[in-house]
Write a protein that binds this ligand. Structure first.
Ligand code: PGU
Length: 440
């Protein structure tokens, strides 16, 4: 340290004394004087970070050459042959768009407005017409981008910095909101004994949270648990949220995957909007249109009046401009094309129903093999009770580690499996492996 400080004195310029000193300090003062004159010397102070709990699994999976390997980590739909699935409606829309010979000009800062209108109409359903003049919407970089805009808006303008997330939740929620300087708090959500919703715990935690806290709720098909509130339970959640004046952030990454029907999955969105709860909605078209890498999403904010909406939108534009200027054009064009074309939209709805049904049949197959063929002594009813893309199996971190080490079956450490990665050819191998690791 002292040698660093003395080197600062002999340093000849350009570099500030402070920067030189810090660098010397980082290296325990072993820095050569010659290097110091060139200023910044590298990222010696940057520690190695851990791999991502979800995408890190995909990287490990890719490197595994075992023929029967299975990736149940990432929530990405696969067909019954285990291949990624590009929806035929998306293929058609793309072909039609190509014929139109469109330009590649910038979109406005809030993106493709016509896409946003269709997206929000789909999410708010029957309530849409009564709120549209005070709804602000912006095309976002998929669901994560919508969450990012929320987080930035909260950090800049919302008085409370406490955000309540479910325990457990999608791991990236914590990253997004803590990066924006918000305080992460948890409310109880899942009861591992019943493998269902801990509604009493949830209501009690939300009641005890300070007034006007931010509450993040999954609109449908909760990730990772696959456990959603019933309509009556949603009504109870609404009551607490209104009593406490909480702000609701709805994350809707799986519209269509909970029930197989877009309209039926809008219960929560419609409930909060029709009761004029101040809210943000974060939509993703990654799963339901299979547009993962195209990054198509929509952020919307329900404000109190058209005048408030105008002020909100002006600040949203400033935020977007400073972050990425404007969103990408191609994926939103595809989504808009499908949403605005009645035939294609109906076809798309059928394709989503098809994906949801295949997931349900894989739930049934997995449970049936475990219970009926392998006579597992554990209960596996939750595999078919839970909904959406995931099953929260209850497997322990040790069992998860054994599955990947001995069976080349990859899943997140919390025991979540993406049912969409199961198919008729691998379900028995998976069931047998789960049976073995849970038999000891
Ligand atoms: N919100 C929830 C609840 C999610 O599960 C996901 C995706 C997102 C938002 C963000 O999705 P976008 O792709 O940004 O639209 N979760 C998946 C996909 C992989 C990941 O972690 O991003 C998953 O496997 O949990």
């Amino acid at each position: 340290m002292f040698s660093g400080a003395s080197l600062v004195k002999t340093s000849t310029g350009r570099v500030t004394n402070k920067a030189v000193f810090q660098y010397a300090f980082m290296n325990g003062g072993k820095t050569a004087g010659l290097n110091l004159q060139r200023g910044f010397q590298g990222w010696a102070n940057v520690p190695m970070g851990p791999p991502d709990p979800i995408f890190g699994i995909s990287e490990t999976f890719k490197k595994d050459s075992f023929p029967k390997k299975i990736n149940l980590g990432v929530g990405a739909y696969r067909d019954d042959t285990g291949k990624p699935y590009v929806l035929p409606s998306v293929r058609t829309a793309e072909a039609e768009i190509l014929k139109q010979d469109l330009d590649k000009e910038y979109l406005p800062m809030t993106g493709d407005n016509s896409f946003c209108e269709e997206a929000t109409r789909m999410a708010y359903g029957d309530v849409y017409d009564s709120i549209s003049n005070r709804l602000v919407a912006a095309q976002s970089v998929s669901g994560t981008g919508a969450l990012l805009l929320s987080s930035r808006f909260f950090s800049k303008f919302y008085p409370s910095k406490d955000i309540y997330i479910s325990n457990p939740t999608w791991g990236n929620h914590k990253n997004v909101f803590s990066n924006a300087g918000l305080n992460i708090k948890e409310y109880r959500y899942y009861n591992p004994i019943t493998k269902g919703l801990d509604i009493e715990g949830m209501l009690s935690d939300l009641s005890q949270a300070p007034n006007s806290s931010i509450v993040l709720l999954h609109a449908c098909a909760h990730n990772p648990t696959g456990v959603d509130p019933t309509h009556a339970q949603w009504n109870d959640i609404l009551r607490v949220v209104r009593d406490k004046g909480h702000f609701v952030l709805l994350d809707m990454a799986y519209q269509g995957f909970a029930s197989g029907d877009f309209a039926r999955d809008t219960y929560a969105t419609q409930l909060f909007a029709s009761n004029n709860v101040p809210m943000f909605l974060c939509q993703s078209f990654a799963k339901n249109m299979g547009l993962y890498g195209e990054r198509v999403g929509c952020f919307s904010s329900l404000t109190a009046s058209p005048e408030e909406a105008a002020r909100f939108e002006s600040q949203l534009k400033i935020l977007v401009r400073a972050s990425y200027s404007n969103p990408p054009v191609h994926g939103a064009r595809i989504a808009r094309f499908i949403l605005k074309n009645n035939d294609l939209r109906a076809q798309w709805a059928g394709e989503v129903k098809g994906m949801a049904s295949r997931i349900i049949s894989m739930r049934q197959a997995l449970r049936s093999i475990l219970e009926n063929d392998l006579k597992s002594k554990h209960g596996w009813k939750h595999i078919t009770d839970q909904i959406g893309m995931f099953c929260y199996t209850g497997l322990t971190p040790e069992q998860v580690a054994t599955l990947s080490r001995d069976y080349h079956i990859y899943l997140t450490k919390n025991g979540r499996i993406s049912i969409a990665g199961i198919n008729t050819s691998n379900v028995r191998y998976l069931a047998e492996a789960i049976h073995t690791v849970t038999s000891n």
